[in-house]
Ligand binder design. Structure first.
Ligand code: SF4
Length: 269
């Protein structure tokens, strides 16, 4: 184990997914804490989608906090992105707006995995007498497939962290897409799945914490760099990058730092 990763560092689905994407990207973001302005992306669909997604998360958080519905609909209708009103209408027409049981919106949890912190900030946690569900709101242009979602760190980290806090036999993760409100994707994790996640995540964390600086190598598939904010830093910028940019699964978690402050709590690989 090297001393590059501090003992109090919190691993999340976001940074684990980043490591899976490119070790060097992880190093720049989380070891060097480098904030690299992606100026060339300004005005791109990527940023518009990302910002609209953040605002949508804020809206749903306010909804579950019990803010006046008329007021929220007015906010959605006045949003600079016309999709917001459609997304919010889709939400209000969907069963996910009428969930029962104990509901925790934008709730953060941390578990200890072999002396390392593993954190999860969930969009909504539903705790009922017989089951527990983790809801994740998405605003993808294309609906992701089940296998794609299952392979993401999020589908392992969230159920694992929640299982440490709440002793349920099954943890159900629900991906709900605002553009595809009738096609929620549910992934159920049972005890043996959770054991497998813990083993995988432990191995991954052990791998990360054992690397020396020079071992956080750049990704070999250069095509991935066109979707990375460090492309110019790494000398791998692609002048057609804007056309290729898509949202990554980790974007919202980091950006939700903003709404959380703004709302003042009144939001493997
Ligand atoms: S530009 Fe490419 S090599 Fe550099 S951090 Fe991003 S993904 Fe990794």
């Amino acid at each position: 184990m090297t001393d590059l990763i501090k003992h109090d560092f919190t691993f999340t689905q976001s940074n684990l997914q980043t490591f899976a994407y490119c070790r060097h990207r992880f190093f720049l973001r989380y070891v060097k804490n480098l904030i690299w302005p992606a100026a060339q992306l300004s005005g791109s669909n990527h940023l518009l989608d990302r910002d609209a997604g953040v605002r949508f998360h804020q809206l749903l958080h306010q909804y579950f906090l019990g803010l006046d519905l008329d007021h929220l609909q007015t906010i959605a209708a006045a949003d600079r992105d016309q999709r917001m009103e459609v997304w919010f209408d889709n939400f209000l027409s969907s069963p996910v707006c009428r969930l029962e049981g104990r509901l925790l919106s934008e709730a953060s949890f941390t578990a200890t995995i072999e002396e390392h912190n593993l954190g999860a900030k969930v969009d909504l946690l539903q705790i009922d007498q017989d089951f527990i569900k983790i809801f994740d709101w998405k605003t993808s242009r294309k609906s992701p497939g089940v296998s794609q979602l299952k392979s993401q760190a999020q589908s392992m980290v969230y159920p694992l962290v929640i299982s440490k806090a709440f002793p349920f036999d099954n943890i159900i993760m629900v991906y709900w897409e605002a553009n595809f409100p009738d096609q929620p994707i549910e992934i159920t994790s049972q005890a043996q799945d959770l054991q497998r996640y813990e083993q995988k995540i432990t191995e991954l964390i052990d791998s990360i914490t054992s690397l020396a600086a020079e071992e956080f190598v750049r990704v070999s598939e250069i095509s991935k760099c066109s979707r990375c904010e460090f492309a110019t830093y790494c000398g791998r910028a692609d002048k057609n990058a804007e056309a290729k940019l898509t949202l990554e699964p980790d974007d919202y978690e980091e950006l939700r730092i903003v709404p959380e402050e703004w709302l003042d709590s009144s939001g493997l690989v």
